[in-house]
Design a protein around this ligand. Structure first.
Ligand SMILES: Cc1cc2nc3c(=O)[nH]c(=O)nc-3n(C[C@H](O)[C@H](O)[C@H](O)COP(=O)(O)OP(=O)(O)OC[C@H]3O[C@@H](n4cnc5c(N)ncnc54)[C@H](O)[C@@H]3O)c2cc1C
Length: 380
């Protein structure tokens, strides 16, 4: 039997996340969209409520949940605001490389204090000339005695301005392609590390995204993740889990837009009838609900395969592109159902539509995720 019903513990966690996000995030979502600031107080409260570092094992200061349970919680948070929730969830991406490629000593030394203090980190892979083609990155790492010297620049790094540590990917030899890439743990206070331009974005405006400059940054040899040349594999495995997370964010955002549109369509009267009774809009709402539910099931499938220790790259990629395409379509339809009012900043659906666009771009564009899923199909 396949049961899609959360168990009692999962229901309690969903409830906790729903109440937390409706009390602490939803009321300030529009204000943070207008004037983005670091959501420090919200992060502190989420940390105290046990809603940070959901998939990090307990021995390293996390909650130790599997991806399906994490998804149930994350959906509720993202219904309230994807950008603020993104700042709360960033550690799952940023610390993934340490969990995947780090030693026991590195996990205890870096993750435990970070998570116990409720601090946040950043994941630094992308560069100006290496976006979709991340394997072509140019940031150099040179071994000099007992340390590496890092030089280069990362761009579009989420939470860069506020991170306590960074997982940074650099190459020891560009001629080796992806086999030259290494992952490093780089603490914030490392000399030569500075923050560059902070991006002014269309949507998800509460999400801090900035450049990270690395100028002769000294990184002790013991901060190398795994062996030399294993960095690209570590980054890709981190993104597998990250994509299930982004798919969940897409489900949460699409649900928020659908629920807003449904409620509006019940109340708004034209030609003497609620607009939701006109078949054109009624079918649109039916399609929106079906899309949200199917995106959720695809996301749970990927999470459940990961939780069972099975390979899940294809399922993670298809959940990511499908759920975030659903988020784009459903938020666009929600604006349509609101008519002229949907195009104004008076209602949240305008923000939902701007927020959705980014989901089709980060953690691998949806074209790149189709390449990942399609490639896996051809390999059989
Ligand atoms: C707000 C935001 C937050 C981000 N956060 C992070 C972060 O925390 N850490 C991090 O490392 N990165 C982060 N990124 C970077 C993000 O992952 C990249 O923007 C993304 O991978 C795309 O790279 P690019 O922007 O250089 O686009 P490009 O790679 O230049 O792509 C441009 C277009 O070409 C298409 N394209 C490229 N190659 C192919 C191909 N082979 N086949 C078909 N189409 C193709 C793409 O799909 C896209 O439509 C973030 C980006 C943004 C905007």
């Amino acid at each position: 039997m396949i049961d899609f019903t959360p168990n009692e513990e999962q229901k309690a966690l969903q409830d906790l996340a729903r109440k937390f996000s409706q009390k602490e995030i939803a009321p300030v979502a529009l204000a943070y969209d207008k004037e983005p600031v670091f959501p420090e107080e919200i992060i502190k409260k989420a940390h105290a409520a046990g809603l940070l570092n959901l998939t990090c094992p307990k021995e390293y200061g996390g909650q130790g949940f599997g991806l399906v349970t994490s998804s149930l919680i994350t959906e509720e948070m993202n219904v309230a605001c994807v950008a603020i929730s993104g700042m709360l969830g960033i550690n799952s991406l940023a610390c993934g490389p340490i969990l995947i490629g780090g030693t026991e000593e590195q996990k205890r030394r870096f993750l435990l204090p970070l998570n116990q203090a409720g601090k946040t980190a950043s994941f630094g892979l992308t560069e100006r000339e290496a976006g979709s083609d991340a394997g072509g990155l140019k940031t150099r790492a040179k071994l000099e005695g007992d340390h590496y010297v890092l030089n280069g620049q990362k761009c579009f790094i989420t939470n860069a301005s506020y991170a306590a540590l960074y997982t940074i990917f650099a190459t020891i030899d560009p001629s080796q392609g992806t086999k030259g890439i290494c992952g490093f743990i780089v603490p914030r206070e490392s000399s030569g590390l500075s923050i560059g331009k902070v991006e002014d974005k269309m949507g998800q405006r509460a999400l801090n995204v900035a450049e990270v400059n690395l100028e002769n940054v000294i990184v002790p040899r013991e901060n190398l993740l795994g062996k030399e040349g294993k960095g690209f594999k570590i980054a890709m495995e981190t993104l597998d889990e990250g994509r299930v997370n982004i798919a969940t964010c897409g489900v949460g955002l699409a649900r928020a837009a659908f629920e807003a549109a449904r409620d509006y369509a019940k109340k708004r009267v034209q030609f003497g009838k609620p607009i939701g009774t006109f078949q054109a809009l009624n079918f649109m709402l039916a399609d929106m609900a079906a899309a949200v539910d199917s995106a959720r099931l695809l996301t749970w499938l990927a999470g459940s395969m990961a939780d069972q220790g099975k390979r899940f790259s294809r399922e993670a990629a298809q959940a990511k592109f499908y759920a975030t395409d659903v988020a784009m379509r459903v938020t666009t339809d929600a604006v349509q159902i609101y008519g002229g009012y949907g195009y104004t900043k008076e209602y949240a659906v305008e923000k939902y539509m701007r927020d959705a666009k980014l989901m089709q771009i980060y953690e691998g564009t949806n074209q790149v995720n189709r390449i990942v899923a399609g490639g896996a199909l051809m390999r059989g």
